[in-house]
Design a protein around this ligand. Structure first.
Ligand SMILES: *[C@@H]1O[C@H](CO)[C@@H](O)[C@H](O)[C@H]1NC(C)=O
Ligand SMILES: *[C@@H]1O[C@H](CO)[C@@H](O)[C@H](O)[C@H]1NC(C)=O
Ligand SMILES: *[C@@H]1O[C@H](CO)[C@@H](O)[C@H](O)[C@H]1NC(C)=O
Ligand SMILES: *[C@@H]1O[C@H](CO)[C@@H](O)[C@H](O)[C@H]1NC(C)=O
Ligand SMILES: *[C@@H]1O[C@H](CO)[C@@H](O)[C@H](O)[C@H]1NC(C)=O
Ligand SMILES: *[C@@H]1O[C@H](CO)[C@@H](O)[C@H](O)[C@H]1NC(C)=O
Ligand SMILES: *[C@@H]1O[C@H](CO)[C@@H](O)[C@H](O)[C@H]1NC(C)=O
Ligand SMILES: *[C@@H]1O[C@H](CO)[C@@H](O)[C@H](O)[C@H]1NC(C)=O
Ligand SMILES: *[C@@H]1O[C@H](CO)[C@@H](O)[C@H](O)[C@H]1NC(C)=O
Length: 519
């Protein structure tokens, strides 16, 4: 998705990847062109990065993307890119937070994350005054269902690094998922005596689902002096603290060894001071023409910007120094939330699409997306939620002062509501019965509307309910009302009933549409 581009024609970049404008995915925000062209890194397409969408209104704005194949996808890869380019002439790149599916997502710049789900919401939330969130590009890709599955799908993997020792960055088409393998090749004459070497194997078999591209696996980092006993060590930093980190290292022998030649080494992290788990256990012997994947797990930082040294030390029987072909690192994020109760989500989306109402001044209500309640405190502005952090319920609906006209749609499925405020609108016909069915309802404010008829007994019998119906053309004397409505004709009881029954099938059709969207 090329954010801020309203072009209807897809744009095809030099890697043959098609980019579409973001209009179908979001209805809020302003589109801009940048004033400073993006730097010419081969990780960004300059046309894609030259437009952006900024969000000066609402505390949070969300893109909502459906995953096409809902039967097999377990994890998806999400990358959000940001190029400020002084679009607002303020020379002040903003700070803001990024969220997905009701979860906080801490990384901002060109981040990548693996998320489970059939519908992905990526949200930008304003966290500081005058810092207007914006986004330049958003990519969502399905992974093979087993890829990265060693971490339970209820945890997101947040990108830290992905590097190879190739001469240039490697991405699509070599990498079918367009992961970006950044080159970490040593410069010439580096003081450590490190060199990048290339495998002479005619083919390299990759038989696991993470599928690192062959171009990445074919080169390796090692020492130019094959007698050296210096350990091969690389140091990395990672934030945020207290989150476990997972590294995946890839090893493949570059020459066909003949005995007594042997390459064997042991891996340690920070001198084994952390409770790191390295699998498979034992010494690493890179296979020729194949790839060995080593998981370096349970690396947990306890300080901000902690550093990790991954060190390969050759074993006594090894005739060759250690090597490494590629390395990936992820932070294992907080357990994914279940998300707001699904009944509440359906009805909130239903209301936010203004179904059943006719709206005069609806900006506050229209086209909300993303999880209605999570992450706190970025709930939709016209609801409040309880403090369940995993699967909250909507407890209040504030639909007052919005110029709503028409018939109140049935939202009785939101059965955790305590407060319903609909005052100062133009809602009409009889007060619907369902308003009396909320088991926890304490406050019902229907003041200053156009409700006619009488108050349903389901409401009037609830003596604990704080009810306000002032400012409505209601009948207080049932005898008079009946006579009135007969003599005055509209709105006639028959008309009232028929429009009610008309409203219901519409609700059902849309609900099933939302079902398709969400589950
Ligand atoms: C920023 O400045 C450029 C050139 O001076 C101008 O074309 C553009 O409209 C300005 N943009 C904004 C958002 O003020
Ligand atoms: C999400 O981030 C916000 C601040 O941006 C914070 O207040 C909130 O506690 C975080 N939620 C979780 C579940 O970490
Ligand atoms: C690297 O060393 C070689 C030989 O000493 C020298 O010819 C070459 O210029 C050096 N390259 C760089 C980039 O310093
Ligand atoms: C290679 O390493 C061995 C063992 O450390 C050392 O004795 C030798 O001098 C090194 N050779 C060069 C050319 O640096
Ligand atoms: C993970 O590391 C911590 C110490 O950092 C240790 O207490 C814990 O037992 C380790 N977990 C496993 C499963 O070994
Ligand atoms: C390397 O690991 C193996 C198996 O864990 C162990 O037996 C050996 O002593 C280690 N060698 C060195 C040099 O650490
Ligand atoms: C009633 O709502 C309208 C918007 O529909 C608003 O302009 C008006 O100020 C509100 N009245 C009061 C008394 O708040
Ligand atoms: C009911 O609503 C009207 C109009 O908004 C307001 O003037 C009145 O004070 C309310 N009554 C109660 C008991 O809250
Ligand atoms: C309702 O209206 C009828 C007819 O005007 C009248 O007889 C009756 O007393 C009224 N009832 C109440 C409760 O005001």
């Amino acid at each position: 998705i090329d954010c801020g581009s309203s072009s209807l024609e897809p744009y095809t970049d030099e890697r043959s990847i098609k980019w579409v404008g973001d209009d179908p995915y979001i209805r809020n925000g302003e589109t801009h062109k940048v004033n400073i062209a993006p730097p010419n890194l081969n990780t960004w397409d300059s046309q894609v990065m030259s437009t952006l969408r900024a969000f000066p209104t609402r505390k949070r704005n969300c893109y909502s993307i459906d995953i096409e194949d809902t039967t097999t996808v377990e994890r998806v890869l999400v990358r959000a890119s940001f190029h400020y380019g002084n679009y607002d002439n303020k020379s002040s790149p903003p700070t803001f937070s990024l969220q997905f599916n009701g979860n906080n997502w801490t990384q901002i710049q060109t981040s990548i994350s693996l998320i489970e789900g059939k519908n992905i919401n990526v949200c930008l939330a304003q966290t500081q005054p005058d810092n207007i969130p914006f986004i330049s590009a958003l990519e969502v890709r399905s992974l093979d269902s087993e890829a990265y599955s060693y971490i339970g799908t209820d945890y997101p993997l947040l990108f830290i690094l992905r590097e190879a020792f190739t001469s240039t960055n490697i991405r699509f088409p070599e990498d079918s998922f367009d992961r970006i393998w950044r080159t970490a090749a040593p410069g010439p004459n580096n003081s450590n005596g490190l060199i990048a070497v290339t495998s002479d194997s005619p083919s390299i078999i990759v038989d696991f689902d993470e599928k690192p591209p062959e171009a990445v696996i074919r080169t390796a980092l090692t020492f130019s002096n094959s007698s050296t006993t210096t350990p091969l060590s690389s140091t990395r930093f990672a934030d945020p603290p207290y989150h476990p980190i997972q590294f995946i290292a890839y090893f493949s022998e570059v020459i066909k060894l003949s005995p007594p030649q042997k390459r064997s080494f042991n891996i340690t992290v920070n001198n084994n001071e952390l409770g790191t788990i390295i699998l498979p256990k034992g010494s690493v012997i890179p296979p020729y023409g194949r790839v060995l994947q080593v998981h370096i797990a349970n690396v947990t930082s306890s300080t901000v910007n902690a550093s990790y040294s991954i060190t390969s030390t050759r074993t006594d029987d090894s005739t060759l120094p250690p090597l490494i072909n590629a390395l990936e690192g992820f932070i294992i994020g907080d357990k994914l939330v279940q998300g707001t109760n699904s009944n509440d989500v359906r009805v909130c989306l239903f209301i936010s699409e203004s179904i059943g109402f006719i709206a005069k001044s609806f900006v506050q209500l229209q086209s909300w997306s993303g999880d209605p309640c999570l992450p706190s405190p970025y709930n939709w502005e016209w609801i409040t939620c309880n403090d369940d952090t995993d699967s909250p319920r909507v407890t209040a609906l504030y639909l007052n002062d919005l110029g709503l006209e028409g018939i109140l749609p049935d939202f009785s499925a939101m059965d955790a509501l305590v407060t319903i405020d609909l005052h100062n609108n133009s809602l009409m016909q009889e007060i619907p019965d369902f308003l009396g069915t909320f088991p926890k309802l304490e406050t019902l404010n229907l003041a200053d509307n156009k409700f006619s008829g009488t108050i349903p007994s389901s409401i009037s019998n609830n003596i604990n309910l704080k009810l306000n119906v002032s400012g409505n053309p209601l009948c207080t004397n049932k005898t008079i009302c009946k006579t009135d409505s007969v003599s005055r004709s509209p709105p006639s009881p028959s008309k009232g009933t028929s429009s009610k029954t008309l409203a219901k099938p519409i609700i059902i059709i849309l609900l099933s549409m939302f079902f398709g969207l969400l589950f």
